[in-house]
Design a protein around this ligand. Structure first.
Ligand SMILES: [Zn+2]
Ligand SMILES: [Zn+2]
Length: 174
């Protein structure tokens, strides 16, 4: 009983000696297993391109079985699966291009708010306040439906009446 060599790729072990190792590491079975292992980590886009380049494996797609397995020269990937992969690639790409998508959108909101504020201040100095205030009241706020279905809300939590609250403007201060 000597040491045993365990091959992770093939998930099998054999008695460890030069001859056995050499035979195993050069074996077709081992190469296939190793390739399949690394295929797991390949770029999804590369996989999709390769699959699209192949003819579909009729046998596999009809029966779910094919003697060639992962080494089949035809594609075992169904149209649905390819679509899913495509979506995943898209999502990954977007993630890479805009890693802080949330941040940038909130940044946009701040910019928007700042420019509105600037306009408002300009209006304040020129005296056309009421117009701006009106605009803000008309602004449509989307109320999530689940909020509307809560009964007996206290007045402060009720959604604003359609058209917004009537605001009486006090332009003159006493
Ligand atoms: Zn092996
Ligand atoms: Zn096949």
């Amino acid at each position: 009983m000597g040491k045993r060599y365990y091959c992770d790729y093939c998930d099998r072990s054999f008695q460890d000696n030069m001859h056995n190792r050499k035979k195993h590491l050069n074996g077709v079975q081992h190469h296939r297993a190793k390739k399949a292992w690394f295929d797991n980590f390949r770029d999804a886009a590369t996989i999709l391109n390769e699959e699209r380049a192949k003819e579909p494996c009729r046998k596999f797609l009809q029966t779910g079985e094919c003697v060639f397995g992962t080494n089949c020269r035809f594609s075992h990937m169904s149209e649905r699966h390819m679509k899913m992969l495509e979506q995943k690639i898209d999502a990954d790409r977007r993630q890479k291009e805009f890693p802080n998508e949330d941040e940038s959108s909130s940044k946009r909101n701040v910019d928007e708010w700042l420019s509105r504020r600037q306009k408002k201040q300009a209006a304040l100095t020129s005296g056309s306040v009421s117009k701006i205030e009106e605009e803000e009241c008309v602004e449509n706020v989307e109320i999530p439906p689940y909020l509307l279905s809560i009964p007996d809300l206290p007045p402060s939590l009720r959604p604003p009446p359609t058209g917004g609250w009537k605001v009486t403007l006090q332009n003159e201060w006493g």
